[in-house]
Design a protein. Structure first.
Length: 545
């Protein structure tokens, strides 16, 4: 009896004072029921709310950078080529886009990499099966000057144009058909040299990009550093994020390639000109630094219809270049006269003046929440918001009251792919994005989602112990004898996928796929029995004596 009391005292002490450093940190019953996808080193992982891997995909390439799970179960992933095929280099460089099936087989790859162009950051799937690819293309110094660039603003002797191409994959091959193209250098304005192209009054043309606007010294060939492209099907529009200008742009995707190079045509009659911009009105002479609202932001996108905050734009506002530097999540309502038609008063900045919603770290030091690069925020169907503080590899989910209802730290090192032991601090785990897919997402129909091992070494899944489970599962699952000297029998009237036993350190000591667990070789003590069913995980404490 004394021994049992001692075991319970150890258990209570452990649960009260232990705190995971990697993997699952905390979880409550208000978490959105789904699976989280992220890209790290040469793998993409899909994990459940306890941090257990339900699927993974292996590539030969480091991230380049985005990854998406398609409704049919395929995985679209951008990879980074380090083969010398391109001398275009900056953070987010890629070069190859790969498509995998659910089982990890490559069914298409497309290389877009040379000394004149290179895919980077994003490759976004379209509903028709095509892929939007973001790329940098090289514009020579002389061509840039002819377009109106101030020669003093060419420290690298060249500029990068930002290009979006739409590629129709030819499955089973390494080829694809480019069916659409847009280039930001077709939509420039400048007031530096009236003898050069694109001369005009910058303040009168917010639909154009000032080729000479340099934001706080962020010059060089990569002066724009576009870090994401996101597509909205209802509008047939693309949302673009420029980190270095600290602006987001919306363009029309309904144009032809020819129209996309002009200021007319397409559903909205504006060709490839900017339909909307927001974040830094000084970039088009309609404000000052004091009017700036974005600071190196990532992954702005229109929230689809049917979700909370539908029609608004959500983004991760990194906070780079402001003082003090701290990150936040913003949701804004672009003023529209009709769907996709943005309201704008000439001679002013694009609205809104303020965000509808902002999340920043509560407390006296907002810099506790800060990721200088990467990161994203995602609106979830139940009203929660998933946040990836990418520089720390830290994912968390907020409920409607901004309470953290799920926390996870990516334990994988992005440089060498090694994992972190529990109770150590993860290093080098920078994560570009995290995306969550609900359990009803079509990709999961008919798939084996049996949870596997967590990614961290010596995992501790005790934060999941207090998750509620369906009453009928509790009533239909019974275990005996408990305490036991050797074997535990699981009696269930519902299908069981697997049974795991972990010790107080979260280490799995045995796993079985039948109804009998042999503990005869285990030390006496308290263990956690985890019974996986189709609906939930039933957790029960057992004693071996």
């Amino acid at each position: 009896m004394l021994k049992k009391l001692l075991y319970f005292a150890v258990l209570i002490t452990y649960l009260s004072f232990s705190q995971n450093t990697v993997g699952i940190i905390s979880v409550t019953n208000d978490v959105y029921d789904g699976y989280t996808l992220f890209n790290i080193h040469t793998k993409a992982y899909l994990i459940n709310n306890c941090g257990e891997v339900v699927n993974e995909w292996n590539s030969a390439y480091l991230p380049g950078n985005s990854v998406y799970l398609l409704p049919n179960g395929n995985l679209l992933r951008a990879g980074r080529l380090d083969d010398g095929s391109s001398n275009i280099g900056f953070g987010g460089q890629g070069g190859i886009v790969e498509l995998f099936d659910w089982d990890g087989n490559i069914i298409w790859s497309f290389t877009y990499s040379s000394n004149q162009f290179r895919q980077h950051h994003d490759a976004h799937p379209l509903p028709n099966g095509n892929v939007l690819i973001l790329a940098a293309t090289v514009v020579s110094g002389q061509d840039a000057i002819d377009m109106g660039r101030d020669p003093a603003l060419l420290p690298d002797g060249e500029l990068y144009n930002q290009q979006i191409i739409e590629v129709e994959p030819v499955l089973g091959t390494t080829t694809g058909n480019i069916v659409w193209e847009w280039n930001i250098f077709d939509h420039l304005i400048q007031d530096f040299d009236n003898t050069k192209q694109n001369f005009g009054v910058v303040a009168d043309h917010p639909e154009k990009l000032d080729i000479n606007f340099i934001n706080n010294g962020s010059g060089g060939n990569n002066w724009l550093h576009v870090n994401s492209i996101q597509y909205n099907e209802e509008r047939d529009q693309i949302t673009i994020s420029s980190r270095r200008v600290s602006e987001i742009y919306v363009i029309d995707h309904s144009t032809t390639t020819a129209e996309a190079a002009t200021g007319s045509g397409g559903t909205y009659g504006r060709g490839g000109d900017l339909l909307y911009r927001w974040g830094n009105p000084q970039a088009y002479r309609q404000g000052t630094e004091a009017d700036r609202t974005l600071f190196g932001q990532h992954t702005p996108y229109f929230i689809p219809s049917g979700l909370p905050n539908e029609g608004k734009i959500i983004l991760f506002n990194n906070g780079f270049q402001r003082s003090p530097e701290f990150s936040q999540v913003d949701i804004i309502s672009p003023p529209e006269t009709s769907l996709g038609v943005f309201d704008y008063t000439p001679g002013t900045a694009y609205g809104p003046l303020t965000s509808d919603y902002t999340y920043s770290e509560p407390g006296s030091d907002p810099s506790d929440f800060y990721s200088v690069i990467v990161s994203n925020a995602q609106q979830l169907p139940n009203g929660n918001i998933l946040v990836c503080e990418g520089n720390k590899g830290y994912f968390f989910e907020l409920d409607s009251n901004d309470n953290k209802v799920w926390e996870y730290v990516n334990p994988i090192n992005n440089i060498n792919g090694t994992s972190t032991p529990q109770n150590d601090n993860a290093t080098g785990n920078l994560t570009f994005r995290a995306l969550k897919y609900g359990i009803d997402y079509p990709a999961f129909v008919g798939r084996d989602l049996t949870p596997g091992q967590p990614l961290e070494i010596n995992p501790n899944l005790s934060p999941c112990d207090n998750l509620s489970i369906e009453e009928f599962d509790i009533n239909l699952v019974n275990i005996y004898p408990n305490p036991t000297k050797d074997k535990i029998t699981v009696e269930s009237r519902i299908p069981i996928l697997k049974v795991e036993v972990t010790n107080l350190l979260g280490e799995i000591v045995t796993r079985t796929y039948n109804d009998e667990i042999d503990l005869s070789n285990q030390q006496n003590g308290i263990y956690l029995l985890r019974i996986f069913t189709n609906n939930s995980v039933v957790n029960k404490r057992i004693i071996k004596n």
